[in-house]
Design a binder for this molecule. Structure first.
Ligand code: GLY
Length: 350
């Protein structure tokens, strides 16, 4: 097992390894004054791991209740959030009690936002069960729900008290969902770490899970320590995301987040090459690694439609969009780009 300590407005450990689900009871019981725990999960994850988590908590002397909602991004809504708050209130969870988020990004985001706001904030533990959640959403305290107008439009920065990443959970992931997480893992290599990138390029899907997840969490820890509230360095984590959100939106979310990010990374790399920012060699190695992981590098949408979707991205500031463009493996540039130049940029990368 590896432990990565995240230092932010609340400091906490991220534990990564095999067999960690069974340790949740001891971890929760060791937190001051916790008596009751609400386990939040979805209908995909609860049947797989719900009883292990519940039993561990009960064996540690804690009372449990569960809030299980239908799986899928459509549930990251105000109505599910309110149902969860009502469930906490009806069961009289107090401010010293605890939420445990057992699942992927949707479960983590909605649980975290409920934890941030119920009784003005109660503690929560993240147990990510997807690779995507393990390396990204469970660490760093971004919590949110979606509105009809867009994703993640309501939320809070609210750090968990602990993250338990049990690598055994990844064994139950459909390979498609696992590959989605790989896009984010590759992103860390492109952004910060040539050695990580080389390990992934060499091993493909057979990479060392514990070591790679730990490295991604360390990299994210460093970003969050520098810029918890996403005003500078943290925006680099959006590599591939501005165009990727456009791809997701154009496909009516039929193209998953990870695959859309892969397409977004490919487009910005090719556009960066066309502008002389990204070397030929770097662009080729990004496209090759995406292909090695079975991730897409292109889409059929026009630059105009992706541009329109990119403009609705909330990360736009004033008349510019901060595009993240690889220069070489391990270093990307933040390029504030005037809105009127975005369509031509995308066109250059299609
Ligand atoms: N998912 C990007 C971030 O945590 O900032």
């Amino acid at each position: 097992m590896n432990t990565v300590r995240v230092t932010a407005s609340r400091s906490y450990d991220v534990r990564i390894g095999s067999g960690l689900l069974e340790t949740i009871g001891c971890c929760a019981a060791g937190m001051k004054d916790v008596k009751r725990v609400c386990i939040v999960s979805d209908t995909n994850v609860w049947p797989l791991y719900g009883s292990t988590v519940k039993e561990s908590l009960r064996n540690a002397g804690l009372q449990t209740l569960e809030f299980v909602f239908p799986a899928g991004e459509a549930q990251k809504s105000a109505s599910t959030y309110l149902e969860l708050l009502n469930c906490l209130a009806e069961n009289r969870l107090s401010r010293s009690d605890l939420i445990v988020a057992l699942g992927g990004g949707v479960v983590g985001d909605i649980s975290g936002f409920a934890a941030a706001t119920y009784l003005r904030g109660i503690r929560f533990i993240q147990i990510p069960t997807t690779l995507l959640a393990a390396v990204d959403s469970s660490v760093g305290g971004k919590t949110a729900i979606d509105l009809p107008a867009g994703k993640n439009l309501v939320g809070a920065f609210y750090q968990p008290s602990l993250v338990l990443c049990d690598t055994d959970c990844l064994d139950s992931l459909p390979s498609d969902i696992f590959r989605d997480g790989c896009a984010e893992v590759i992103k860390y290599g492109v952004l910060y770490d040539p050695a990580l990138f080389a390990h992934l390029a060499k091993n493909g899907l057979e990479f060392d899970r514990e070591a790679v997840i730990s490295r991604c969490v360390e990299l994210k820890r460093d970003v969050v320590a520098e810029d918890e509230f996403d005003t500078g360095a943290r925006m680099k984590l959006n590599l591939g995301h501005t165009v990727g959100h456009g791809v997701e939106a154009q496909s009516h979310f039929q193209i998953s987040h990870g695959k859309a990010v892969a397409i977004g990374m490919a487009i910005v790399s090719r556009a960066g090459r066309a502008l002389g920012i990204c070397t030929e060699e770097t662009t080729d190695s990004i496209l090759e690694i995406l292909q090695k992981f079975g991730l897409p590098c292109s889409c059929d949408y026009s630059a105009e439609s992706l541009y329109t979707a990119a403009l609705s991205d909330k990360k736009r500031s004033g008349g510019t969009v901060n595009l993240i463009i690889p220069e070489r493996i391990g270093f990307c540039r933040i390029a504030p780009t005037p809105v009127e130049e975005i369509q031509a940029f995308i066109e250059a990368g299609l």
